[in-house]
Design a protein around this ligand. Structure first.
Ligand code: C2E
Ligand code: CA
Ligand code: CA
Ligand code: CA
Length: 275
């Protein structure tokens, strides 16, 4: 027993070391990728549920790496831990604003833009956060929504309040991302100018399959209509899910059933072929 205990302890420390070494390596590579401007942005269409028209898109950061693409779920946590997230959020905002500005000149109906914002950025008041704010406050033709998680609003720091008020004044809309996954109560709706919620993919996936998830989605849609806020369903993968959401008057749909996140060129083609 003793021996196996020691072995497993040894294994444990080695695995931990390896993991932190790998993380450190990834961090160094990420710094270089940012410095060399190698991160890129993909765009996932968001459609009006009733008409099927593309009305907006979500900007999602991508890291093309020599060993294949690395997803944000892998590197965003490292970036948040090591203070790189502000730079990433800033570069995503800059390049997506530029892209949308340009794309919109060729479209009859301009598209809106949603960007993800790390909670870290909204709690800090350093130069990066200021620059990010200025970028959003600048006169632009693109209608911008920032996607934040409930956690940001629940913590409710003076700092967050100030930044969100500033953004609201600048015409930036606020969406609650992964809505329903926090266990946070709903009181923040009365404290913050929330314009929309995004129903988390985990609920959408089980629509029509599991009755609890189905009831939850129905309840979110009812709540949102009473609060007069819009609902985006994310992770819509099947026609059945889309049909259910349309019937229950969900406002917008996003997911593989409509399209995966696309490169600039592919997104442009997608939008123009659908117009
Ligand atoms: P999120 O904001 O919840 O973004 C939605 C994620 O679901 C994206 O993953 C998207 O590719 C994926 N997705 C979309 N439709 C479907 C579907 O029908 N089925 C399935 N299974 N997945 C779908 P992605 O791009 O890997 O991003 C992961 C997370 O990383 C995002 O979750 C967001 O929290 C974060 N993230 C991405 N870009 C940024 C960024 O620029 N800044 C910050 N701070 N976070 C970002
Ligand atoms: Ca999001
Ligand atoms: Ca989400
Ligand atoms: Ca998420």
């Amino acid at each position: 027993v003793k021996k196996s205990g020691r072995n497993s302890w040894q294994f444990y420390t080695t695995a931990m070391q390896l993991e932190s070494e790998q993380k450190h390596h990834l961090y160094n590579e990420l710094v270089m990728a940012i410095d060399n401007n190698q991160l890129t942005v993909f765009y996932q269409p968001i459609v009006d549920a009733a008409s099927g028209r593309v009305v907006s898109c979500e900007a999602l950061v991508r890291w093309p790496h020599e060993e294949g693409w690395i997803g944000p779920d892998t590197f965003i946590p490292i970036a948040e831990e090591r203070g790189l997230i502000n730079r990433i959020d800033l570069l995503v905002l800059r390049s997506s604003l530029q892209f949308l500005n340009e794309l919109n000149t060729s479209l009859e109906r301009p598209l809106a833009l949603s960007v993800n914002v790390s909670p870290r950025l909204l709690h800090l008041r350093d130069d990066d956060a200021q620059e990010w704010l200025r970028e959003l406050e600048r006169e632009t033709t693109v209608r911008v929504t920032i996607e934040i998680t409930e956690r940001v609003l629940v913590e409710d720091s003076d700092q967050t309040h100030k930044i969100l008020d500033q953004l609201h004044e600048a015409g930036v809309q606020i969406a609650i991302d992964d809505f329903g996954t926090g266990y946070s109560g709903l009181s923040y709706f009365s404290r913050f100018p929330v314009s929309s919620v995004k129903i988390d993919r985990s609920f959408v996936q089980d629509l029509g399959v599991k009755s609890t998830e189905t009831t939850l989605v129905e309840t979110i849609l009812l709540l949102a209509s009473k609060l007069n806020i819009k609902v985006v369903a994310e992770g819509v993968e099947t026609e059945q899910q889309a049909e259910f959401l349309r019937l229950n008057r969900c406002d917008f749909l996003q997911g593989y059933h409509i399209s995966k996140p696309l490169s600039e060129q592919d997104f442009r083609d997608f939008v123009t072929s659908r117009a």
